[in-house]
Design a protein around this ligand. Structure first.
Ligand SMILES: Nc1ncnc2c1ncn2[C@@H]1O[C@H](COP(=O)(O)OP(=O)(O)O)[C@@H](O)[C@H]1O
Ligand SMILES: [Mg+2]
Length: 316
């Protein structure tokens, strides 16, 4: 159900796997023959890295079949906006435009947020010469939790400031797109740990209270996939205990205790994960999609592919 939307935003605390999950969703959508644009807000290049490519810059670049990536920076966004709508030539940084930028970006409340969301909307609206959409789907690797809500609210806030003219028309259109849950959904990433769970629930609650964006799902990433049955757990405890050790160690030709302790530790993380999943389910009104902790051969595209395989079905 997530992949049928035109615009999917992936938000959550840093390190929860936002870039990886955004990239994995892109792989799944691309496999359905959708032309996907991934946008990395506050870009460090992580998103393209998770897709096995170098950072692309402000212009979309193809990084995988059917997948392009762009890095969204506010200053580039203002230059493009002025260029397209007011025919201001694109200029180097050390020009009077830099001063205009500083003035607009730091002096006008909400301007920076509007430039982020405006660029996303601009890409959504782009059409080929024959009128068909340039992108079937846009997946946004969103900014840090504190910044994403002001960005989502920016269009609505601006409507209260601007009464008419070209800008009002654009902003109305952006707000209508963001607040239509058949077109746009916000998803939230969390980990089975205290702070990511607290932040995820807070983001969910605030998105509901302060915006009209539909919240589509919460990803609970890095869940410990190992789990022991009660009988296996009992056996492992015996293995880890002192009683059996000496005889068994002789039989096995080595001490089995480290192996047993590893299994018990994994089991503890597994239970801990279930507890966090319960808290998230209780605290949110959206489906929880669990993603296992993967032992991928290496970070980057390999991990993204494995996460995509784990998400298959859940996100379709
Ligand atoms: N389910 C998973 N299993 C194993 N490693 C993962 C998983 N999800 C993400 N990672 C790894 O965790 C690291 C952080 O993920 P990333 O997507 O960059 O997080 P964020 O964008 O939220 O900061 C990356 O190295 C990524 O490969
Ligand atoms: Mg990231």
């Amino acid at each position: 159900m997530l992949l049928s939307r035109r615009l999917l935003l992936v938000a959550g605390k840093g390190g929860t796997g936002k870039s990886t999950i955004a990239a994995a969703l892109a792989l799944l959508a691309a496999r359905e023959d959708k032309r996907v644009l991934c946008i990395e807000v506050d870009a460090k290049g992580d998103l393209s890295h998770q897709l096995g490519a170098d950072p692309p810059g402000f212009q979309p670049r193809v990084v995988q079949p059917n997948i392009s990536v762009l890095q969204l920076k506010v200053e580039d966004s203002l230059q493009e906006y002025l260029h397209i709508y007011f025919k201001v030539p694109r200029l180097a940084r050390m020009t009077p435009l830099a001063r205009v930028f500083d003035f607009v970006a730091t002096g006008v409340p909400g301007a920076k947020d509007m430039l982020v969301i405006g660029k996303i909307a601009y890409e959504e609206k782009r059409r080929e010469a024959n009128g068909s959409p340039m992108w079937d789907m846009i997946i946004v690797d969103a900014a840090a939790t504190g910044e994403v809500l002001p960005q989502l609210r920016a269009a609505r806030a601006m409507l209260e400031l601007v009464r008419g003219g070209i800008i009002r028309g654009q902003v109305e259109w952006i707000d209508a797109m963001l607040t239509d849950p058949t077109r746009t959904l916000l998803t939230i990433c969390a980990l089975p740990e205290e702070m990511p769970v607290v932040e995820a629930i807070e983001l969910h609650d605030r998105a509901r209270a302060e915006t009209k964006i539909g919240v589509g799902a919460c990803f609970l990433n890095r869940m410990m996939p190992v789990s022991l049955s009660p009988r296996e757990e009992h056996l492992t405890e015996r293995l880890a205990g002192d009683g059996e050790r000496t005889a068994l160690a002789r039989q096995l030709g080595g001490d089995p205790r480290p192996v047993a302790e590893g299994a018990l530790l994994a089991q503890r993380f597994h239970h801990n994960g279930l507890e966090h999943a319960r808290r998230l389910r209780a605290g949110m009104s959206v489906p929880l999609i669990e993603v296992p902790l993967l032992v991928a051969p290496r970070p980057g595209l390999a991990t993204t592919r494995a996460v995509a395989a784990a998400l298959e079905g859940a996100a379709a």
